[in-house]
Ligand binder design. Structure first.
Ligand code: KG4
Ligand code: ZN
Length: 374
């Protein structure tokens, strides 16, 4: 493993808005996939420091994340990431009030690395420890920071309950978020996640990994009406998703297209047409979710998107329009808090600490851990 291949990003920090009173500081650690990240966040919603070591170049040659390589890279990076985060915040471990880390779901080798680091720090310093569900990190981060799709400078205060589209590389779910630890599953994918669909389409087209960002970029330059991909389940009631049919249709179209016809324009149009199908599926399913009795009786005021796929501007725009149609507010995390990051884990640490959700006995990390089992 060559650590030189890791891309180190200092995600920056906020100028604290509230300095007069002592705020609660949480060190959050994320290591469930291909990013080793740590952040220090306070309960006034300031990010004091945020560092991400991305392993993407390490996995790119294999077209996806290789769990063993990821686990080793996390081991090599974790101490440095935590050290740099503390330095960047101008803090020592003594200044930290709560330690939080992802305890699942995710690639277990990686999860173990971050969780053991957090457990070691918390035990050695006698600080409270929070076992964060990675999906809850995505689900709650819009309460740390959120903007609208049309105005990224707008600061939106996301209050419970809210209706959440959680779309990442591993998950695709519509959830009614009633509070910290209180999630009601309204719909979910029956096969691939939305992120997986983007990644598979990119792989088919030889566009590399991860697929979402590059398909999104190509789609912006393409004609979304050139190809008609299916919209699975959209003619059916309910809020579940299915993306594998879109993927199969894409594969078949590619197989019957002579190689000489696959030029830049074809690829852009292909990406735009695929993305349009995903956007339609998400809009259709959310439309049903908003009309679902459980959702209607909870009266959520905000429609929220989170997870890596929330970076997609076509999805953000379509969801904002849907929210407006239903007299709801729309909110999305800023771009750098959509994909996996330590700040979302630190924030989920603060939210859980405040409701008394700390670890009182040893916790075994979980590769699978549905939000409905919190
Ligand atoms: O949340 P995340 O960082 O990791 C998981 O928890 O799975 O999400 C990663 C996923 C990948 O599948 C990636 O292709 C997708 O998010 N993604 C996007 C975009 N940026 C990242 N999908 C669509 N459009 C994007 N701009
Ligand atoms: Zn994630």
């Amino acid at each position: 493993m060559n650590t030189e291949k890791l891309i180190i990003t200092d995600m920056g920090s906020d100028t604290p808005r509230c300095v007069s009173q002592k705020s609660l500081l949480c060190l959050g650690i994320e290591s469930s996939c291909d990013e080793t990240s740590a952040a220090i966040v306070d309960d006034n919603k300031n990010i004091l420091a945020h560092i991400i070591y991305s392993q993407i170049p390490e996995h790119q040659q294999y077209g996806g994340v290789v769990p063993e390589l990821a686990a080793r890279a996390h081991i090599l990076a974790i101490d440095e990431v935590i050290k740099q985060t503390l330095e960047r915040a101008g803090k020592t471990i003594k200044d930290i009030d709560v330690v939080a880390a992802t305890a699942g779901p995710g690639l277990i080798g990686g999860v173990l690395v971050g969780w053991m680091a957090a457990t070691g720090i918390a035990n050695a310093t006698n600080k409270p420890l929070v076992a964060v569900n990675h999906l809850e990190g995505h689900a709650l981060v819009p309460r740390l920071k959120a903007t609208s799709a049309s105005d990224s400078a707008m600061n939106i205060d996301v209050k419970f309950p809210y209706l959440l589209m959680l779309a990442s590389g591993g998950h695709c779910q519509i959830l009614l978020v009633r509070g910290v630890g209180k999630y009601e599953l309204i719909g979910q994918t029956l096969d691939d996640s939305a992120g997986e669909a983007f990644d598979k389409i990119a792989k088919m087209l030889g566009l590399g990994y991860p697929g979402g960002p590059v398909v999104d970029k190509r789609a912006k330059q393409g004609n979304s009406k050139r190809f008609r991909f299916p919209r699975p389940l959209c003619d059916k009631p309910g809020c579940d998703f299915s993306f594998s049919g879109i993927k199969t249709a894409a594969r078949m179209l590619l197989d019957k297209t002579p190689e000489s016809n696959i030029d830049e324009e074809f690829i852009n149009d292909f990406c735009a047409s695929f993305q349009a199908a995903v956007v339609d599926c998400i809009t259709n399913r959310l439309h049903n979710a908003i009309s679902d009795e459980r959702v209607k009786s909870a009266k959520p005021k905000t429609l929220v998107v989170a997870g890596g796929v929330a970076k997609n501007s076509a999805i953000r725009n379509a969801m904002e329009k849907l929210a407006t149609d239903f007299n709801m507010q729309f909110a999305a995390p800023p771009m750098n808090l959509c994909t996996d990051n330590g700040a979302m884990i630190a924030w989920a640490g603060i939210e859980n600490y405040k409701v008394g959700n700390t670890v009182s006995k040893p916790v075994a990390p979980r590769p699978r851990w549905p939000l409905t089992e919190l």
